[in-house]
Design a protein around this ligand. Structure first.
Ligand SMILES: [Zn+2]
Length: 403
């Protein structure tokens, strides 16, 4: 979710610094399109197209230290690219880079998940919104940490013309036609599609594990599975499966469709037929079950951790079978969502946990302090722990999600 704050746009020195920063970023982001997984949209198979890097396998750091933990940082609701024609928009992107950098340096995760609303496309009059997407992933890439991303409801939302532009102040100078050499004809208001954003991320980055789902799931795109494999270098045995789903919004309704549920059912049965491998699931917009979990917990906050009452759960528009499938699988340990910037709770629900991430970006609505949810997976014996790491370095809401 995002709302554009009505902030003052008094010019100050930050504007100049910010423009310089963006130009530099633009230069840095032009890397050779080096991905071994590079492909073209012409090669579309009926099954999963553009499978994630290395067959979607992620290994514990291992090495001589024999590391037995695998740490994942969740960056949610960054909302890059807001109000590029003002001073506060670019400034808040710099602030978001700072949040991510601080958390990456404190936690040193093995992997990062970008949990949707990476950009606020409905506030971006730009030909290719990958320009801002790339800025959002840069702190992770700069530290050589692999990552995966999925879509939120703002990532491909159509541009919303600000009413102010039709007043006496008129249409402001738009950065994409001046500062970034994108040329006037490339300053577009049509938006950038999910497929274009994902294709650009993969083509430019050999560290991206993001995958496309099969074509029959479109317009939902970010549907794929990654496997965390054993730290023992001679073993390919899975320690945990991570499912990524597109919960819609933006260019189509906020929902996980019946056909996506069917895809999950087939995929999970194929990869984990006896439910012996622990599984976790990521998407952006909470399912309606989150409302029930919060309601049940409200009187006593029984077993829940984190911020529960800053705002109401803003759930998907409908439930089309996904939750039923997840409830039936004993291997599903937790679901992680973003979307509600004021919530960061985890609550038990049936045999699993429903968790929010933590609003990481300075973009989007709300001024709650920024942070990130961290997951720690331990092998032999398996355990899954989580906590919130804040921008100021403090830690809270530690919880054991599975042992
Ligand atoms: Zn959001």
């Amino acid at each position: 979710m995002a709302r554009f704050p009505n902030r003052s746009s008094a010019p100050n020195r930050w504007y100049t610094i910010t423009v310089l920063f963006l130009i530099l970023r633009n230069i840095v982001m032009v890397r050779p399109e080096d991905g071994p997984h590079e492909n073209t949209l012409g090669l579309i198979a009926d099954d999963d197209i553009f499978a994630p890097l290395n067959d979607g396998c992620l290994r514990f750091a291992g090495g001589s230290k024999g590391a037995s933990s695998f740490k994942v940082a969740l960056f949610a609701d960054l909302h890059f690219g807001e109000n590029a024609w003002s001073d506060w928009g670019p400034q808040q992107d710099l602030n978001s880079v700072k949040v991510m950098s601080t958390i990456l340096d404190i936690e040193s995760p093995d992997f990062v998940v970008y949990l949707g609303d990476v950009i606020t496309a409905n506030n971006l009059p730009i030909h290719n919104a990958s320009f801002y997407w790339d800025q959002a992933i840069s702190p992770t890439r700069d530290r050589n940490i692999p990552w995966a991303s999925l879509f939120g409801n703002h990532d491909d939302a159509p541009f919303e013309w600000p009413i102010d532009w039709f007043s006496s102040s008129g249409i402001p100078q738009i950065l994409c036609s001046s500062a970034h050499d994108f040329g006037g004809d490339k300053c577009s208001f049509k938006g950038t599609t999910r497929l274009e954003l994902m294709r650009d991320e993969r083509r430019r980055n050999s560290l991206s594990y993001t995958g496309f789902g099969p074509r029959n799931l479109w317009p939902s795109v970010s549907n794929y599975v990654l496997t965390i494999v054993s730290p023992k270098s001679d073993s390919k045995s899975p320690v945990m499966l991570m499912y990524f789903l597109d919960s819609g919004g933006g260019s189509y309704p906020e929902v996980i469709s019946t056909i996506q549920s069917e895809w999950f059912r087939n995929k999970s049965q194929k990869m984990n037929p006896d439910s012996s491998i622990p599984e976790i699931v990521f998407w952006h917009i909470p399912s309606q079950a989150y409302k029930n979990a919060a309601k049940k917990a409200a009187p006593r906050r029984a077993q829940c951790v984190g911020s529960m009452f800053e705002e109401r759960v803003a759930a998907q528009e409908a439930e089309m079978g996904m939750m039923k499938l997840l409830k039936e699988r004993p291997s599903v340990k937790a679901i992680f969502v973003g979307h509600n910037h004021g919530l960061d709770w985890c609550c038990p629900y049936e045999k699993m946990w429903l968790c929010y991430a933590r609003h990481t970006g300075y973009g989007g609505y709300g001024n709650w302090a920024r942070g990130a949810r961290i997951l720690e997976i331990i092998d032999e014996p398996f355990s899954l722990k989580s906590w919130i790491r804040m921008e100021n370095g403090t830690l809270h809401s530690e919880v054991v999600l599975s042992t």
